[in-house]
Design a binder for this molecule. Structure first.
Ligand SMILES: Cc1cc2nc3c(=O)[nH]c(=O)nc-3n(C[C@H](O)[C@H](O)[C@H](O)COP(=O)(O)O)c2cc1C
Length: 312
């Protein structure tokens, strides 16, 4: 594994001032802090990885059960369990740096002040790229609420911009009334890219055997069942923003990835797909490379442009 040469065709993509060697990124919360996946693939073959959401202080997350498989996907209610920014810097960051891979630190918080503090600490530690999680449905405070309201979104991104001059991707969710307004606001406030979509607010119930009452889990839905929602979201916002879009939501195959490019994504992330297929990201890179070579595409832009050519 990890021996194929992926450099023959130019798969690179520009996200702000960051040039990724290819457009395949692993999604936040589904790839741990990356080292957990080292035995399955060669991390350096990925375009980049995104860490799980990091908050100022450690979080235990929600009580169990926190994951439920449903038709075509899963519902998670992890509740942003993480080690907190200080332990992340001490124990996890060195591994990412040693691996010599591009990465985004996904950050979350319960207040604008918390996002700002975490971003400032990231800057002090020379972290180049952040993904602001403004769309997590599995927590009650912060996060999702910040990504719904244009003014709060603008204030939050601007506040982070004041302390973090690096690359800023803003992660949006589909649980909003006017995706294009939210996306435009993110761009105006200084985002370098939009990541979309986060999980979709959902609930699963299990009726009790005697049909008296039920158990339930509420959280975020991910996997193939949300792909149509994600494609539509990206298609809607693409017409309104000029910054790159990093698309995700149910990508399990090479064709899924091309569909995201067709509707407007410039790069993609894979999340739930990694749970059934831990080396999915690396495989998508190899498949993309082979496809581009076979069809004589010189670079990714050329392939993406051809995908976006609609039938007359
Ligand atoms: C178990 C789990 C944990 C997640 N944790 C985070 C997180 O910490 N931060 C975040 O921005 N998104 C998180 N997500 C959302 C994913 O990054 C991604 O946006 C979403 O799952 C859609 O992509 P997919 O269908 O390929 O999984 C999580 C998703 C899952 C399934």
């Amino acid at each position: 594994m990890g021996v194929e040469n992926t450099n023959i065709t130019d798969l690179s993509v520009q996200i702000g001032s960051l040039k990724l060697k290819n457009p395949v990124i692993t999604a936040s919360g589904t790839f741990g802090y990356a080292n957990e996946y080292e035995e399955f693939l060669s991390l350096k073959n990925l375009g980049a990885i995104v860490t799980k959401a990091i908050t100022l202080n450690p979080r235990k997350g929600n009580p169990q059960p926190r994951i439920k498989e449903v038709s075509g996907g899963l519902i998670n209610s992890i509740g942003l369990e993480n080690v907190g920014i200080y332990e992340f810097i001490d124990k996890k960051l060195p591994l990412l740096i040693q691996n010599n891979i591009d990465f985004f630190v996904n950050i979350a918080g319960e207040s604008i002040e918390e996002y700002k503090k975490v971003a400032a600490i990231c800057r002090q530690n020379n972290i180049r790229a952040l993904e602001l999680n403004l769309s997590c449905p599995s927590v009650n405070k912060g996060c999702l609420e910040f990504g719904k309201d244009e003014k709060t979104l603008y204030d939050l991104i601007s506040a982070v911009r004041d302390v973090f001059p690096g690359i800023l991707a803003v992660k949006l969710g589909s649980n909003v009334s006017f995706p294009e307004k939210i996306a435009v606001t993110a761009q105006k406030a200084g985002a370098d890219a939009i990541s979309a979509i986060n999980t979709v607010k959902a609930m699963n119930i299990s009726l009790k055997k005697n049909y008296k009452g039920f158990n339930f889990i509420k959280g975020g839905l991910s996997g193939p069942c949300i792909k149509p929602v994600a494609l539509n979201f990206i298609f809607e916002i693409k017409k309104h923003v000029t910054i790159p879009i990093i698309g995700m939501g149910g990508i399990m195959t090479f064709t899924d990835m091309l569909e995201f490019f067709a509707v407007g994504a410039d790069a993609i992330q894979i999340g739930t797909g990694t749970f059934t297929d831990p080396d999915l990201g690396e495989r998508l890179v190899f498949e993309l490379n082979s496809f581009m070579q076979a069809n004589k595409y010189k670079n990714l832009e050329e392939l993406i442009n051809s995908l976006r050519t609609e039938d007359e």
